[in-house]
Structures are given as C-alpha cells and as structure tokens.
Design a binder for this molecule. Structure first.
Ligand SMILES: [Zn+2]
Length: 201
C-alpha cells in the first residue's frame, strides 16, 4: 500500500513514524488530517522551522531556551540552593507542574545506558560537576526516574560526589517503577519531592 502514496507524503509519513508513540497507522491519520487543513499544515511548517532555528539547550541547565539561558535560569526568585537533576527537559515541566520546587534544574539529556551507546560523554555530566563546584548548592536531588538505567546513573553520580559536602537525595517512594516523571500526577510528585530521602551508597 505504501507504494500508492506520492513520494513526498511517504517521506512525511516516515518522518512522523519516527516520533515516539506514533505507529504507521497514526502517522497516516496525521498526514490525512494535515492535508485536510492546509492552514494547520502551514502553521506546523512555520513552527517546526522556528523551533529548528531558535530553540537550543540552556547552556547552564540544559532545558529548552531561545537565549543562552532559559527562563528558569533567568528567574531571580528561584533562590533555593538545591539542584534537581533530571533526565529530559519534559521532566522539568513535570516537576514545575507540582509547584513544589523553587530551586534549579540540571537536565542530563539521558541516563547511562551502555547497550544503547549512552556513556558518560553523551550526558551533561561535566557541566554538572562544574555547577556543583561553582554555584553554591547545598543539596542535589537525583530525580532521574525509576528504570534500572536511571538507578545506575543516580549511583554513578552519588559515587562521583562522595566528597561533595552537600546532601544527595532522591524522591521518596510513590513514583511507579519504570515510569517517566512526566506521567506521574503532580500531587504524587509534590509529595515525593517534599518527603525526599538521602541516597545512601
Ligand atoms: Zn537554564
């Protein structure tokens, strides 16, 4: 059936299929919906172009930004001397939705996963070590999720920071095993954050 599609639509469909959660059927439905609404196709075209050109990683925390620093890093009211380390930018939004945190974030960009080719050099670890040396935090929360790779990464970071004088903590239980923070409801997240526990090696 694929052969029946005009080449440009086939490419569009294949590009959509590479997105998380989009299978061949959903991709085809999206293509159909876009073609039915030329204004939607145009808006998507423009916003994709803008995002590709203007969005980058905040040079400090790694969250999405349009300038060197993201809006969170530029916010002078975030004064809690706590650094929350998360896997991806969407995790920052999940924790912000909980309204339980007024410190700063550090987006690692993934977790250690040797089988998938993700090692220390693929993550924003050297920036993390530098921030902990220079930005005066008293606590680091390792909020990387509950997958085995996330656990390994949390312990890797904790071991690296064995001589760091601040507290190293993690969320209290309540986060379902294997789930990403973005799927945890804000109340649960707020409670896990408030009741966070020291990470013991
Ligand atoms: Zn930032």
């Amino acid at each position: 059936m694929e052969a029946l599609l005009p080449a440009s639509l086939k490419r569009l469909k294949e590009a959509l299929e590479r997105l998380p959660g989009i299978g061949p059927r959903s991709a085809l439905r999206l293509v159909q919906a876009l073609l039915k609404k030329p204004e939607l196709l145009q808006a998507l075209w423009e916003s994709l172009g803008e995002a590709a050109q203007q969005v980058r990683s905040c040079m400090r925390c790694g969250f999405w930004a349009q300038e060197e620093l993201c809006t969170l890093c530029q916010d002078p009211t975030r004064v809690e001397p706590v650094l929350c380390v998360v896997k991806e930018p969407a995790d920052v939004l999940a924790i912000e939705r909980s309204q339980a945190f007024r410190g700063h974030y550090h987006v690692l960009g993934g977790v250690l996963d040797p089988l998938a080719g993700v090692g220390e050099d693929q993550l924003r670890l050297s920036v993390l070590w530098q921030r902990l040396r220079t930005e005066g935090y008293q606590e680091i929360i390792l909020a990387l999720g509950t997958s085995p790779e996330a656990e390994t990464t949390a312990y890797y970071i904790a071991r690296h920071l064995a001589d760091w004088p601040g507290r190293i903590t993690r969320f209290a239980s309540g986060i379902p095993v294997g789930s990403d923070l973005e799927y945890v409801d804000p109340l649960t997240l707020a409670r896990s954050l408030r009741e966070r526990l020291p990470l013991s090696l």
